[in-house]
Design a protein around this ligand. Structure first.
Ligand code: FEO
Length: 162
């Protein structure tokens, strides 16, 4: 049985992962609108991954004997001014999510909830990868130049994501 503080934190993160999905889908739609199909595809796949993250929280809350509480998902603020602005925000957002995951881990440690600590371990590892992926794209955009004409090759590269 989950303690109330842990259950609340997990439900809050379920919402945060849903928001991440919504944010990346909005970013994908923006990249579609400026005909950068590769960026759009990468972000759309990322949105799908975030939905899978949300479902991991959903399933775990139920499995651990808690109750899922779905709340309103905030609307992403759109549009963006460039691909660079989009990916600066992706990186900042992932850094924020890492902080959120660490915060839930702190609660689980305080409550001596070892099962939840174990569950969160996957996300701790995942966040290292998420931040690294976003950092790499931010660095590439900064080297190439945040101009659509210059980003053609990167757009092609990101479009190869499966
Ligand atoms: Fe669900 Fe991108 O972290």
């Amino acid at each position: 049985m989950l303690k109330k503080s842990v259950e609340d934190a997990l439900n809050k993160q379920l919402n945060a992962e849903m928001y991440s999905s919504y944010l990346y889908l909005a970013m994908s739609a923006y990249m579609e609108s400026v005909t950068m199909k590769g960026f759009a595809k990468w972000l759309r796949i990322q949105a799908k991954e975030e939905l899978a993250h949300a479902m991991k929280f959903y399933d775990y809350i139920i499995e651990a004997g808690g109750r899922v509480r779905l709340t309103a998902i905030e609307a992403p603020k759109t549009p963006w001014k460039s691909a660079g602005a989009v990916f600066d925000q992706v990186l900042a957002h992932e850094q924020k999510v890492t902080g959120l995951i660490n915060g839930i881990m702190d609660i689980a440690v305080k409550e001596k909830d070892y099962a939840t600590q174990n569950f969160l371990g996957w996300f701790v590892k995942e966040q290292v990868e998420e931040e690294a992926n976003a950092s790499e794209i931010v660095a590439k955009i900064s080297i190439i130049g945040d101009v659509p004409g210059h980003l053609f090759c990167l757009d092609q590269e990101l479009g190869k994501r499966e």
